[in-house]
Design a protein around this ligand. Structure first.
Ligand code: HAX
Length: 435
């Protein structure tokens, strides 16, 4: 077994008795009540999922395995000469809960490099798509096409003990994580950058090789590492994480589950919001010509969007109640590397005007920006101006968290997910509106 796999097994063995005890001794303990508002309102706030990979505090933001984002960036090992940590190190942390040493990360990088090669048919699947297909559709289909590679599926069909489910799931997840940047880069190059097709550097880490495949110079390797790390996980209930977990709970393998999580991420209220922010800002930029809007002009633009019944993309959140720390990480990068960029100025003006407007409108529970408000600025600056592509970057990052969760779901024997639904008649009876 590899170092990471050994360590993971150790952690799994130590964790299993905790879940067993909770179930056997406290199975009937009441954790929370459910209101009518929550049933009709998309299950907001119902404590009904379990994950140890990350936790989202409404005011503090995300913690990965107990570490805040600034701590993650400070503590994880970095490639020589880089500002941002190895993505492989983050995956180690998400899986095991431990900050890896340099040697432990080097092992994962080496293992991952050996899993990068795509089967030939994946290129053919991608090539079969017309050029105007959305990159998320191509990504989802490319991942799905690899389902035949699943070791979990093979072993399940041959007969396998439930206690061993996690092991082929780990192999599948490692294979898929290593291949995702290659798939993502191939989709980008096929759609927008044909002369770059076929480039890879097997000496480079996850983020470094991604930048190389896209033909981007430094510091884009750090931009990639930063993006994949900040998007990796946001606890269990968001659409992409929950979809991945839900599909996997039926013992569908990681290819089905990851393709499904990508489909969920492709909605404009979730991951696609990063594309929507850029589309929306470019609309204003076109109107403004080269001129930067004044605060008054920006307020006008924001109100027009709201009054036409649309949401302000990149603002609000179902759980967060303050500025998203993932937004802050990107803002700090911009202050250091592109302080005078015009798009950065737009995002800063939006930050100045939108929260007050949303408060005045009085609907959004959280008027502050989320991760997606900032995501396009840096990509655009480094030449990724095809904003339809941004959610693919999000997907590659999010797969790290979703796959870590699925491995642990299998290890802890979490069952098929099956909440109970009721009818409107029943709900009216429960509240006393009907006999
Ligand atoms: N602009 C306008 N109205 C907003 C709003 C925004 N940015 N955020 C919330 N609202 C509205 C909601 O549409 C809702 O209106 P109705 O009562 O008419 O339905 C009301 O305020 C209450 O919503 P909420 O409870 O504050 O927020 P939700 O939990 O229902 O929704 C969303 C959370 C993120 C979907 C929401 O804030 C939104 O639509 N934001 C814009 C899209 C966006 O940025 N999405 C990305 C979120 C981060 C993420 O998941 N990234 O992947």
């Amino acid at each position: 077994m590899s170092g990471l796999k050994d360590k993971l097994y150790e952690k799994i063995e130590a964790h299993r008795p905790r879940v067993k005890r909770l179930l056997s001794e406290y199975g009937d303990h009441v954790v929370s009540e459910v209101t009518v508002q929550q049933i009709i309102g998309g299950m907001r706030g119902i404590k009904s999922l379990i994950t140890d990979i990350s936790y989202l505090d409404p005011y503090e933001g995300i913690r990965y395995r107990g570490y805040t984002l600034p701590e993650v960036f400070e503590k994880l090992p970095k490639p020589p000469g880089s500002e941002m940590p190895y993505v492989e190190g983050l995956f180690y942390l998400l899986l095991t809960g431990d900050i890896p040493t340099d040697t432990q990360v080097a092992d994962v990088v080496y293992d991952s490099i050996n899993r990068r090669q795509l089967p030939k048919y994946v290129y053919e699947v991608i090539d079969a798509f017309p050029n105007h297909s959305h990159p998320m559709v191509i990504l989802s289909a490319a991942v799905m096409s690899m389902q035949r590679e699943s070791m979990f599926n093979l072993k399940y069909q041959r007969g396998m003990s439930k206690m061993d489910y996690w092991e082929p799931t780990y192999e599948d997840a490692m294979n898929l994580v290593a291949k995702l940047p290659v798939i993502g880069a191939y989709i980008y190059n096929k759609l927008y950058n044909k002369e770059r097709i076929g480039y890879q550097d097997p000496t480079l880490d996850f983020g470094g090789n991604f930048a190389f495949m896209l033909g981007k110079e430094k510091p884009y390797d750090d931009v990639s590492r930063m993006y994949f790390i900040i998007h990796a996980d946001h606890e269990g209930g968001n659409v992409s994480a929950h979809t991945g977990h839900l599909i996997a709970s039926s013992l569908s393998d990681v290819y089905y589950s990851t393709s499904g999580m990508i489909n969920g991420l492709a909605g404009p209220l979730h991951g696609l919001a990063n594309q929507e922010v850029l589309r929306w800002i470019q609309e204003l930029r076109t109107k403004m010509g080269d001129k930067l809007p004044s605060h008054e002009e920006m307020k006008d633009f924001v109100w027009k969007t709201l009054n036409s019944g649309q949401v302000i993309p990149g603002f609000g959140h179902a759980v967060l109640r303050k500025t998203d720390p993932r937004y802050q990480v990107q803002r700090e990068f911009c202050l250091k590397h592109l302080p005078d960029d015009p798009l950065f100025e737009y995002v800063n003006i939006l930050y100045d005007v939108v929260p007050d407007i949303l408060r005045e409108q009085g609907k959004a529970k959280n008027p502050w920006p989320n991760v997606d408000a900032h995501s396009g600025v840096i990509q655009w600056y480094y030449g990724l101006t095809q904003y339809d592509y941004y959610t693919v970057l999000f997907s590659i990052g999010r797969a790290l968290g979703v796959l870590s969760n699925i491995i642990w779901d299998r290890a802890l024997g979490y069952p098929l997910e099956r909440p109970k639904s009721i009818t409107t008649d029943m709900l009216e009876q429960i509240v006393g509106l009907k006999k």
